[in-house]
Design a binder for this molecule. Structure first.
Ligand code: ADP
Length: 328
């Protein structure tokens, strides 16, 4: 294998990412709308309108950004908002776009204002004006770009400025997956990995995956390793439970970090209200990580509440953590 194949093979999710819209699980209404937009654009021979995806991590934003160009028969360049710190970082991507191809910018809420302004003319008129040199010697270079499609992804739609948000013709929110959808995903991917997983086990893996395809795939990979060593391969309900217990994934699908959050809120802050920063400092992790990766599922599971005075643990959280609320 070439070094590139080795690197690609090392990706934990290798081989499981869908390549076409029909291989994707769930998000049916999003997929239907995208199919119409794609067929209409292809029919007119025009680039697809710019698309913004928002939603928690692991729900399929990057997957859509790779599947859409495949459906259009075009290529995609991948960039990350965190890496686009100055306009010059954007230029190579924009000058590399071919007609009707896709430029994907993940974490688009992280691009600074100066870069964002370049995107406006690029998105609207397929043109950028680059300033070369400084002071009296400065001159502006007008660059015509090929008509392209920008796909942006963000976990924080609210952090995007209105002018940028409004330049996306299609805006889609990706929501959590149902138990049935994740179970279908687990069964399909178990097949791809040549595993034998019975229905009860697939259901259990799905139930402990926090409504998130990425986590379902991660858990499935771990269960495969465990079964290979402990049971010569077959995955029953007991094997699924034991293997997930062993890496600290509990019945609700919470991992150690999720429980550490609840434990901090309940034990250190007596159930809250506590500010996000205070919780983050106590746990010694960044507030962004908590806000993006931990809190969304805890909120949706009604384990915590966000109030104006801070985060609060619910009765369900106390029960789950086997703690008794302190009356004050
Ligand atoms: P995001 O970009 O939103 O963080 P990704 O698109 O990287 O999430 O999804 C993580 C993984 O989960 C993908 O590699 C893919 O294998 C799987 N996945 C996500 N959404 C779906 C889906 N709708 N159908 C099947 N697999 C999915």
């Amino acid at each position: 294998a070439s070094p590139q194949e080795i690197i690609r093979g090392a990706e934990p999710d290798s081989g499981l990412r869908p390549r076409r819209l029909d291989e994707m699980v769930g998000q049916q209404d999003v997929i239907e709308r995208l199919k119409i937009a794609i067929d209409a654009a292809l029919g007119r021979g025009e680039p697809l309108g710019h698309i913004l995806f928002d939603g928690p991590p692991g729900l399929g934003k990057t997957t859509f950004a790779t599947v859409i160009p495949a459906e259009m028969g075009t290529t995609v360049q991948m960039a990350n908002g965190a890496g686009l710190t100055a306009p010059k970082d954007l230029v190579p991507y924009l000058t590399n776009v071919s007609a009707h191809s896709v430029l994907f910018i993940d974490e688009i809420h992280r691009i600074p204002k100066a870069v964002e302004e370049y995107l406006y003319t690029a998105m609207e008129d397929f043109r950028i004006d680059i300033v070369l040199g400084e002071g009296v010697n400065a001159r502006t270079l007008n660059l015509e770009l090929q008509p392209f499609t920008l796909i942006g992804a963000t976990t924080r739609a609210g952090m995007l400025s209105a002018p940028l948000r409004d330049r996306f013709q299609i805006r889609e929110h990706l929501g959590w997956y149902t138990q049935e959808q994740l179970c279908q995903l687990v069964q399909r991917n178990a097949n791809k990995l040549s595993m034998s997983v019975n229905d009860a086990a697939a259901n259990e893996i799905a139930r402990r995956s926090r409504s998130t395809p990425r986590l379902a795939n991660n858990r499935l990979h771990w269960v495969r390793d465990y079964a290979q060593i402990k049971t010569k391969g077959d995955v029953s309900l007991g094997v699924a439970r034991d293997s997930l217990d062993m890496i600290g994934i509990d019945k609700l699908g919470l991992d150690k970090q999720d429980r550490n959050y609840l434990d901090t809120l309940i034990r250190v802050f007596a159930g809250g209200p506590a500010g996000l920063d205070a919780i983050a400092h106590t746990m010694n992790v960044s507030g962004d990580t908590l806000e993006d990766e931990v809190e969304p599922f805890l909120l949706r599971s009604e384990l915590i509440l966000r109030t104006r005075r801070g985060r609060m643990a619910t009765g369900k959280a106390f029960t789950h953590m086997k703690r008794v609320p302190v009356k004050n």
